[in-house]
Design a binder for this molecule. Sequence first.
Ligand code: RB5
Length: 239
Amino acid sequence: MPSHVESQICRTIADVLEIDVSQVSPDQHFVNDLGANSLDVVEFVMRLEDHFKIEVPDDAADRVQTVGDLIQYICQLVIGPCEAETKALVAVASDHAGFALKSAIIRHLTKGERKLLDLGPAKPEPCDYPEYAVKVATAVVTGEAKYGILVCGTGAGMCITANKVPGIRAALVHSAYEARMTREHNDANVICLGSRVVGEGQAIEAVELFLATAFDPGDDGRHRRRVELIDAVEKTFAS
Ligand code: RB5
């Protein structure tokens, strides 16, 4: 999501609460951290509707509790899912522990316009997660798929394995916030989820946001520079 949208949201919050914008960050809770009340949240939403010329549903103010929630919510209304990203091919795989969650994610994504490549397994019989992590990682680095989704019990084994494949930036994600940030800041190309750690709703929300969020190089290119530094580390240890 473009950083100008996020900056405008933080500025609006700061203006309403009459604080400096440097005091506003995505992890803050409106009530507990910023001392805002429900009327303040309604005021943020109204000002953002005016600024971005969007219509926010009436119950939105009840659903956002943190600055990050509001950023996420407004960004989706302002930007919407990018058509090209929506149609990009996504490779998905799991092990036996992640099979049920993988199936739920596939069911959800295929209801939309997503083109999916299910790289297995076909049944939830005991299997070895590295085999499936490599299948998805290979599909991504060869360009067969733009993004990968990997599910095992914790997500950790999948993530460790996928990151051994040069060109893969796999992120272990437990929340929508992490999903968004790892696309924006790390240009992650594989999302790893733990079926024994996150619920189905949480996982689907994270996947949706991961696939809908663009990499943000940063206004001074700092996020791009850091991703290039990751590539340089990979090259240093390649031989
Ligand atoms: C399988 O029991 C479990 O080890 C695997 O799904 C995963 O959590 C590994 O990281």
